[in-house]
Design a protein around this ligand. Sequence first.
Ligand SMILES: [Zn+2]
Length: 228
Amino acid sequence: MLRLLPILLAVAYGLVMYRISIWRTHRELDQRSTELADPRLKQLTDRLAAALNVARIPVHIYEVDPVNGLAAPDGRIFITRGFYRKYQNGEVSAEEMASVIAHELGHVALGHAKKRMIDFSGQNALRTALMMILGRYIPFIGPWIAGVLTSLLAARLSRGDEYEADEYAAALLTKAGIGLAPQKSLFAKLEELTQQRAGMAPAWLMSHPKTDERIAALERLEDKWAKG
Ligand SMILES: [Zn+2]
């Protein structure tokens, strides 16, 4: 029983963390967001809605500057104020914004938004358990190894989600008659927009796949579809 204690404690800690992070995320989003009312974007989200056989797709503006789109665990879609500003000043087209919304819809439809919270809390739990176990056998560097292992696992998990959401978005944008071009042109701009310094970290270490790899994945998808 005593041997299992670190694992039981870690699981309990993970569950509590999971509830707290969902609650915190929703509270933060509720307090700092409003529903977007943009006629030009609505025309496009209505086409996505028609392709999905739903009445409409509400999109919310999250009042922060970093350029990002996100899907909340409760299924709401958010575009950051910073991203919306890029669209308003013409750096990002309406179709490109629609491709972000489609990507976030993919995260919702594929259950990633909920899973991400579980991953996040699970990582903390796993890190705690590994630290307790490895720390006992490998003094000093045991906890450090535990941290590196969990971060690597997390990066792998979320990278897979990004490709899946991209594929979902590609299919949805095609069905809605918008096509894959805005998705690809946005990826080409993304590094500059988010001021990511490419080449700083190896691709397998980053939570988001490299943009050129995302474009290449979409092109493979187009080839596959073209061959029928
Ligand atoms: Zn994503």
